[in-house]
Write a protein that binds this ligand. Structure first.
Ligand SMILES: Nc1ncnc2c1ncn2[C@@H]1O[C@H](COP(=O)(O)OP(=O)(O)O)[C@@H](O)[C@H]1O
Ligand SMILES: [Mg+2]
Length: 287
């Protein structure tokens, strides 16, 4: 029987899949999400969200998709891995995903023109906001970035025809900084930082409740959250993984609450087995 059923959860509280149901709106996630939506509604073109691995970019993008699905005036597509070998491959994939049937793949110029006509038809004639969201955007190569720059040039007097949201690791910043015509076009840029202590605590409680835990007693004692925060520095993915292990141990050891000792046990176990992240420990020692 899975541990979450033993603890009377309806769902797994600390799954690491980017499920929008478990999305805790931290100050930074909320700022990012609200601003992206404003930029999209104003059709201002390009938003860029940067963040280290595990800060919640993919989860944020899923939440954004969930929001856009509610709006009929949006036509959007999300690219999960933008490693396109050639511009033609990128263009064909866009055409396929936006349902552009008559995209002529004879020449790149033709393909671009067809795409431009499509954007004009949807954006101006049908009054839709066409949006392309790209996760893992640090993987975009020079050619793909150049194509995106060209697409961002398509505009009417009032607005851009394609809205672009890029989410990527910090190296994306260096990539686009070197393309002045690209960097200048960013209308909203934001860096997601890890959570602070209070947010770490709130995120844990939020996920526990969201998974259907109804008891009054808190499952994670403050002293446990303090250990979790110290070890993970508030990186949501690390927090999620550690909490998952803590609940598994709780069931194995037939305990009822997660305390500081049980978190320390897990961390020590990781150190012994050599599976810990050295950078996290270094950080902890200098804490
Ligand atoms: N705001 C959040 N609320 C709840 N859980 C989150 C949040 N952000 C991230 N997580 C958790 O951390 C994990 C890693 O987040 P993810 O979005 O994949 O990070 P990134 O894409 O930046 O590497 C997610 O699977 C999710 O479980
Ligand atoms: Mg991601």
């Amino acid at each position: 029987m899975s541990y979450f059923k033993v603890l009377a959860f309806e769902k797994e509280p600390f799954s690491t899949s980017p499920d929008p149901e478990f999305f805790y709106l931290s100050k930074e996630h909320e700022t990012a999400l609200t601003n992206i939506i404003i930029e999209l509604r104003l059709k201002r073109g390009l938003s860029v969200i940067l963040g280290d691995v595990g800060t919640g970019k993919t989860t944020l993008s899923r939440k954004l998709v969930q929001e856009l699905k509610k709006r009929e005036d949006f036509l959007f597509h999300i690219v999960l891995d933008p490693s396109f070998e050639r511009e033609g491959v990128f263009l064909s994939s866009l055409a396929k995903n936006f349902d552009i049937s008559n995209l002529n793949d004879n020449s790149l110029l033709d393909m671009r023109e067809t795409l431009e006509r499509f954007l004009f038809q949807k954006g101006v004639a049908e009054n839709k906001t066409v949006t392309l969201i790209i996760d893992e955007a640090q993987k975009l190569d020079e050619n793909s970035l150049e194509l995106l720059r060209v697409l961002l040039n398509y505009e009417t007097n009032e607005f851009k025809l394609l809205q672009l949201v890029l989410l990527g690791q910090m190296e994306l910043h260096f990539k686009i900084m070197n393309i002045p015509n690209f960097f200048d076009r960013i209308s909203f840029k934001y860096t997601l930082n890890p959570l602070d202590f209070d947010e770490t605590k709130e995120m844990i409680d939020f996920r526990v409740r969201q998974a259907g835990y109804k008891a009054k007693m808190r499952l994670f004692l403050d002293e446990a959250v303090r250990e979790i925060y110290q070890y993970t520095r508030g990186y949501p993915r690390q927090v999620t993984m550690l909490c998952h292990k803590a609940l598994k141990n709780l069931v194995l050891k037939k305990r009822f609450v997660v305390d500081a000792v049980s978190i320390r046990e897990i961390i020590e176990e990781e150190i012994k087995s050599g599976w810990h992240r050295r950078d996290l420990l270094l950080q902890k020692n200098s804490y």
